[in-house]
Design a protein around this ligand. Structure first.
Ligand code: MN
Length: 136
């Protein structure tokens, strides 16, 4: 493990998904920063420099893919890996996420048994570019 606690920024407007993801991550000693909107997420990303960002696609106001574009352009956030959370387990969303600059894709509903391990793989840079939520 690293000497500092890992910090994940969670940008998610759905209260139950936010609560579940936060609970799962915190149970593994991962620090969680929460934003319910993309603009707030961008602000937290600049200020707190999380180790990884989990970004919902469908958000009120600015959508997640647009937000990833902003993260990729800004020097202070461009190195932070972003993993997309999408309600639609569609190849199309995975491709859009990759085009926007995301390192990975996790489909909702969140798979409680594998979610944190998947996130940790992306933190280690070992995640796949696209990953279905179900196990093979
Ligand atoms: Mn949403």
């Amino acid at each position: 493990m690293t000497s500092h606690p890992l910090t994940v920024l969670l940008v998610e407007d759905h209260a139950l998904n936010m609560a579940l993801a936060t609970e799962l991550l915190e149970a593994r000693e991962i620090r969680v920063l929460q934003a319910e909107e993309a603009e707030e997420g961008l602000k937290l990303a600049r200020e707190k420099r999380p180790d990884l960002i989990l970004m919902d696609i469908q958000l009120p106001g600015m959508d997640g893919l647009t937000a990833i574009g902003h993260l990729r352009k800004a020097p202070e956030t461009r190195e932070i890996p972003v993993v997309v959370l999408s309600a639609h387990a569609m190849e199309e969303d995975a491709e859009k996420a990759q085009e926007a600059g995301a390192v990975g894709y996790i489909a909702k509903p969140i798979e409680t048994r594998s979610f944190v391990d998947t996130v940790l793989e992306y933190l280690d840079g070992e995640g796949e570019a696209s990953r279905p939520s179900s196990t093979p």
